[in-house]
Structures are given as C-alpha cells and as structure tokens.
Design a protein around this ligand. Structure first.
Ligand code: ADP
Ligand code: MG
Length: 350
C-alpha cells in the first residue's frame, strides 16, 4: 500500500460520523472508544460493551497491525514489498490475507474493465502526489511508466498461494482496497466477541455494527468535497444500520500546479489523475472490501459506466457528487439520505 502519510490533509477525511451519543448507559452497556494510527490512517473504533469488550478490542487492533504488516508496500518484509522486489523474477508465497485481497482486487479489475488496478504503484510513485516537490511528470515519463501498469500481468497460483508480477519494475499497491479488508476483519472479530452496536472509522471509510444502541439507524455524514474547515463538514447524511460506507474523492490527497488539481486516484489507461467530472463517489455496501474497491473504481469510471457495473452486483448503492455539486444517488437510498447543504442539489439517476 502506498504508505506515505496523509500529513495535514489527513484530517480532511472522506466521511464524518455523526454520533448521537446516548446519555449514560444503555442495556448495561458502556461506550468504549479506541483511537489509533495504522494502515497510514487515523482509526477510531467506538463500541458498546462491558468489561470483556476491552479484550475483544485488543484482539481486533492486533489484527489491524497484522494486516498492515502484510500489506503495506513500504514495510520491510511485508508480502507486498516481497512481491514487488521479486517482479519479473520469482513468484512469492504470501499469507492467506494478502492472497485473498490480491485475488479480490483482480476480480474488481475484471468487472471494471481495468479501472481498478493495483499494479498502479509505479504511477503512484512517479506522481508522488502530496510530496513537497509538486512536480507534474513529463508525457514521456508517464508513457514509459504506463508500460508497467497491467493487472493481467499479475499471476496467482491458488494451490501454491503465490503472487507473481510478470514484468520487472512492476509493483502493486493495495491502498485502494486493504483498508476495506481490514475493517471487515475488525468487524468480524468485534461481532464474534459479542458486540452488537458500534462504529469503525478508518480515515473516511466507515462501517457500522448493528443499529445505534437505542435501535435507531446510525447517522453517517458524507464529507463536503470542498469543505474548507469552516461550517459543516458534510453535505449529506445517510441513515443506515449494519453497513459499510466508503468515499473516494479528489480532495483527500492532491496538489495544485498552475491552478490544476492533481489528486491521488489515477486512470490506469491514461496515467493521469482521473477526471470523470466527479468530486467524490460514495459506496454503501454490505462489506467494506466491496465498498472500498468499488468507490475507487467507480470514481475512475464516472457515473454512467459506474452504473453499468453496479447493476450486475448485489446491493451496492452509490452517492456521486459532480463538480457542479449535483448529487446523484441510487434509488434505494432515496429515503435514507438527506442533503444538508443548500448548494448541493439532489438528483435521481435517470
Ligand atoms: P483513500 O485510501 O485515500 O481513502 P481510495 O480508497 O480511493 O482512497 O484509494 C486511493 C489509493 O489507491 C491511492 O492512494 C493509490 O494508492 C491507489 N490507487 C490510485 N488509483 C488507483 C486505481 N485506479 N486502482 C486501484 N488503486 C488505485
Ligand atoms: Mg478505495
């Protein structure tokens, strides 16, 4: 995963959670919170539980670090680092976690016609968005780097559990999907540990466990993609229980050069930051791995092509915000979403 810190822009996270805190304890359950930094992002976990809950939380957090140590592209000895340094040389045996995520990533590449492509890493490094150099690469550099981007050259051996990048110089980056996997894993541990209500927040990716303790839906804010640290941070609120909500946008990590905004989601076919007329795209799904990969992929594809993709999938809803602040959302969300800022205009898909 691209582990470069989000630095100050870090706090301009995608989705803000609106917690309507319950006064005191409900059903003998206390609110228990954990805040940490892992997977290159700020993580807040809030659950409702009792004394044994602390142990369950410890287990969940241990799992997060385990996933990070396997999937970060920059942690020495991680599966991803080993896959990358052995590109064009040998297949690398990886942990089941990594194998699963790479396998899933390739599935998303297939269904999105390559819009989602974890072999994007050479481009990510070339552009180095968010670094202080603020340099736009030359056409020549981009064309040359694009030769290394092709998910079809990622080869898996299911029996041997190996991943092989066919061309020297190729490299993978799980930054568009690993957080989603990590959230699902955390959620599984918490649920198996008896937790019935909670929220996992990971740098803009959110997943809620059950409903709020008072049995009403969680209220989850979607960040205003042009939030400038004043006023309300979100433009819409979605009411849902037991769902994952993930946003990808052009505002999380970006640089401006000569008045042009270059952000961190790349089109694997052009080599440039995507310009699909969207500022952000939010996916509401049953699992975070789906929501994470699809939010990145659909942001690349844009609304029309994105809709064709989700038609084929089960229970995936989206909220797309265009550059002129029109908010398109799936019909199923009609009674679940509230636009709370006047300059954003509600639209249904045709
Ligand atoms: P974030 O992780 O910042 O919340 P995303 O989930 O949308 O946002 O993932 C963006 C990250 O995914 C980028 O920082 C980069 O590492 C990687 N990435 C960029 N473009 C693509 C792409 N087309 N397909 C897959 N991964 C990508
Ligand atoms: Mg993503």
């Amino acid at each position: 995963m691209n582990i470069r810190l989000k630095k100050l822009g870090f706090f301009s996270v995608v989705v803000i959670l609106l917690l309507i805190l319950q006064s005191g304890c409900m059903y003998n359950q206390n609110e228990i919170k954990r805040d940490l930094f892992a997977l290159n992002t700020i993580i807040n976990i809030t659950v409702y539980g009792n004394k044994t809950t602390e142990k369950v939380l410890d287990e969940a957090i241990g799992r997060l670090y385990e996933i990070e140590n396997r999937m970060s592209a920059t942690i020495s000895g991680s599966d991803v680092e080993l896959i990358n340094i052995n590109a064009g040389k040998i297949p690398v045996k990886v942990h089941d976690d990594t194998f699963f995520v790479v396998q899933k990533a390739l599935e998303y590449s297939e269904i999105t016609d390559g819009a989602f492509d974890i072999s994007i890493y050479p481009l990510v490094k070339l552009w180095d968005i968010g670094s202080y150099t603020r340099k736009v690469p030359s056409e020549e550099e981009i064309t040359k780097t694009l030769e290394l981007v092709d998910y079809k050259k990622i080869k898996l051996d299911v029996d041997e559990r190996t991943v092989y990048l066919e061309k020297e110089g190729m490299a993978i980056d799980l930054g568009g999907i690993a957080k989603g996997y990590a959230i699902d894993e955390v959620k599984g541990i918490l649920k198996r540990g008896g937790i019935k209500h909670g929220i996992i927040y990971m740098g803009g990716d959110i997943s809620v466990i059950g409903s709020k303790p008072d049995s009403t839906h969680w209220r989850i804010g979607i960040q205003d993609p042009r939030y400038d640290n004043e006023g309300t941070r979100y433009f819409a609120v979605v009411e849902k229980s037991d769902r994952s909500i993930v946003t990808s946008g052009d505002y999380e990590r970006y640089m401006e050069v000569d008045g042009v905004r270059y952000h961190h989601i790349f089109h694997p076919h052009t080599g440039y930051p995507v310009d699909s007329n969207l500022m952000s795209l939010t996916v509401v799904a049953q699992t975070s791995i789906d929501a994470d990969a699809l939010s990145t992929a659909l942001f690349v594809l844009g609304v029309d092509d994105g809709l064709n993709v989700i038609e084929e999938l089960n229970e995936i809803d989206i909220v797309a915000v265009t550059k002129d602040k029109k908010v398109y959302f799936s019909k199923r969300l009609e009674n679940k979403i509230n636009i709370v800022k006047d300059d954003y205009e509600k639209r249904l898909f045709e």
